[in-house]
Design a protein around this ligand. Structure first.
Ligand SMILES: Cc1cc2nc3c(=O)[nH]c(=O)nc-3n(C[C@H](O)[C@H](O)[C@H](O)COP(=O)(O)O)c2cc1C
Length: 380
């Protein structure tokens, strides 16, 4: 294979490699993907191809930069067209006594330039690929389909839709909720209870609906809330993972029996590891009613309530936002379960509740922010 053929092959392979790198780079960046399949290997391959490409075109390159790439050098290249660079040969004016490059080698027998044929094929292939990659716009409900299945289908993007993540869907709200003027209670620093291996905590964990009568201490509440949503890393990174570190989940606690803390509904402020009082009073009875009569909601000394502020995810992930909110509540809920187990308590996830009633207790609207899970926690 001569220099010209090597140049052609490397150019041809470089194009898809560069396209793949650009697209996967953009998608990775937009979706906060830390890895993209084959990205690294295509990158190495592209680097090698680029070196080969430069090597194959070295004489043209040197000629260009040394100022000897003008008419004289071009003419020389054209007269030895078989050995020269076809791309540059096609662009240049034919030297006297030589055939124009397009006629000599760049055209089909009927005179249609080969580049035009390739361009038309490329456009056709792109259209075909776009039609295949983009999800159909119509996501109306199928016969017999429930709203959950409809949502799942509607939030299943085509590959090309992933690029939609480059666009913002509405503005990004604040990542933390504030209650200016609310009574505040600084929780004691988190102290880890006597060691219990993760393996044992997982094995022992059961949903607990019967609680010993004793109240919780503020230290125990500090451990539970810190394990649920506390800040554990630089830049505000928290105990549970969050898509794009957007932290859509807000943590509240309905306190009935905690030593040194008035009963009431509190909002947990991770940045200060503090509680902000949303409203004072004992709400055990309201929680039982809101929880469709599940009595243990009124017997637990504390009920952790997790809500989501959807726009914190939606501005970035659009339809995927709701999925992510539910996943994140699951992460935090499991943290509460395991932290409770480690401290000798038990927790119980409660998903069956009247949304409006729970949202009303938290004084949230149920649209921008909505309660997703209740977790009564108490001693065994
Ligand atoms: C999403 C979800 C919702 C749940 N909702 C309730 C509920 O409303 N009431 C209840 O008593 N338990 C509820 N549970 C707890 C399950 O009943 C419990 O996890 C299951 O019976 C398995 O028992 P285990 O957790 O002790 O292993 C819920 C659990 C999950 C994950």
């Amino acid at each position: 294979m001569g220099r010209r053929e090597i140049g052609l092959v490397s150019s041809t392979l470089l194009l898809p490699a560069a396209l793949f790198l650009a697209v996967t780079g953009l998608v990775s960046d937009a979706l906060d993907l830390n890895e993209f399949v084959l990205h690294k290997y295509v990158g190495y391959t592209a680097a090698v191809l680029a070196l080969v490409h430069v090597g194959a075109h070295w004489p043209s390159l040197v000629g260009f930069w040394t100022g000897r790439g003008g008419r004289r050098s071009r003419a020389a290249t054209a007269t030895t067209a078989a050995a020269g660079d076809r791309d540059s040969a096609a662009d240049m004016a034919p030297a006297p006594g030589t055939e124009p490059a397009s006629e000599a080698e760049g055209s089909s027998p009927r005179g249609i330039p080969r580049r035009a044929v390739l361009a038309a094929a490329g456009v056709g292939a792109t259209g075909f690929a776009a039609g295949w990659l983009v999800r159909p716009a119509d996501v109306g409900r199928l016969p017999g389909e429930d709203v959950g299945a409809l949502y799942h289908r509607a939030s299943t993007p085509g590959i090309a839709d992933a690029l939609g993540a480059l666009v913002s869907w509405g503005s990004q709200p604040a990542r933390t909720k504030e209650y200016p003027g609310a009574a505040r209670f600084e929780l004691p620093p988190v102290t880890v209870p006597p060691e219990l291996s993760v393996a044992s905590a997982i094995e022992r964990r059961r949903s607990l609906r019967d609680y010993a009568g004793r109240p919780l201490t503020t230290g125990e509440l500090s451990w539970l809330l810190g394990a649920a949503s506390g800040i554990t890393g630089p830049g505000g990174l928290r105990a549970a993972p969050s898509a794009g570190a957007q932290y859509p989940i807000e943590t509240y606690v309905a306190v009935t029996k905690v030593d040194g803390l008035e009963p009431g509904i509190y909002h947990y402020a991770p940045a200060d590891h503090a509680l902000e009082r949303v409203r004072g009073g004992t709400f055990g009875g309201d929680l039982v009613i809101a929880g469709l009569g599940q009595e243990f909601l009124g017997q637990a000394p504390v009920v952790v309530v997790l809500s989501a502020i959807f726009q914190r995810l939606r501005w970035r992930y659009r339809e995927r936002a709701y999925r992510y909110a539910l996943i994140e509540v699951g992460h935090i809920g499991q943290n509460v379960y395991l932290a409770a187990e480690a401290a000798g308590f038990g927790a119980c996830a409660v998903g069956a509740f009247l949304d409006d009633a729970v949202n009303g207790l938290l004084e949230i609207d149920g649209v921008e922010e909505a309660a997703l899970m209740l977790l009564p926690v108490g001693p065994r």
